[in-house]
Design a protein around this ligand. Structure first.
Ligand code: PNS
Length: 171
């Protein structure tokens, strides 16, 4: 089987989109699960000028590349504009998203159905991260580090160092 519209899972490219500000062990858990299922996973960082991220897009990409280097079917990229148009341009037929708890469901359901409305040929596939990470989010991690708490075990060690450096120096 070959080409972007391959139908078997062994030929499928999945896009795993997000802000990744910064990547957490919850994201990594999902990438690990995704790369076992799909032939190729493209982790793609949204270039969103409206949000005020802690890390620049280059920093977020660099951190993602470092922590996903162990998988040769995982790539890191960036995108702007509509996710489904980007997915299509990349030859991906799957958008991969994580659902941690029911609180994620409403937002994810809306996005998945809007994406389906825009491009019905692209499917959203939801995976559950390990339950240890079901309460974990990049925003909570930033808040905890800012207030002097430890996030050991919740983000890769290098990321914790970057967070401390960034939140201490404020740049
Ligand atoms: O990490 P996040 O913030 O939950 O990721 C949200 C993301 C990047 C998946 C979402 O904001 C997105 O897909 N943005 C691209 C714009 C788009 O396609 N909007 C219409 C689909 S609802």
């Amino acid at each position: 089987m070959s080409g972007p519209m391959a139908t078997g899972a062994e030929g499928v490219t999945a896009i795993y989109p997000g802000s990744f500000d910064p990547v957490t062990n919850g994201h990594l858990d999902l990438i690990e699960r995704g790369q076992r299922i799909f032939k190729r996973v493209i982790v793609s960082v949204l270039l969103n000028q409206e949000k005020d991220p802690l890390f620049t897009i280059e920093e977020r990409i660099e951190m993602l590349r470092t922590v996903t280097a162990q998988w040769n079917n995982v790539e890191v990229d960036r995108f702007e504009g509509l996710l489904v148009n980007y997915a299509s341009a990349k030859g991906a037929v799957v958008v991969l998203r994580g659902v941690r708890a029911v609180t994620d469901f409403d937002y994810e359901f809306q996005m998945a159905l809007m994406n389906r409305h825009l491009r019905p040929e692209i499917e959203t596939v939801f995976l559950m991260p390990a339950e240890d990470y079901s309460y974990l989010s990049s925003s909570l991690v930033k808040e905890v580090v800012k207030l002097g708490g430890s996030v050991r075990g919740l983000v890769p060690p290098g990321i914790e160092r970057n967070l401390k450096r960034k939140l201490k120096s404020g740049n």
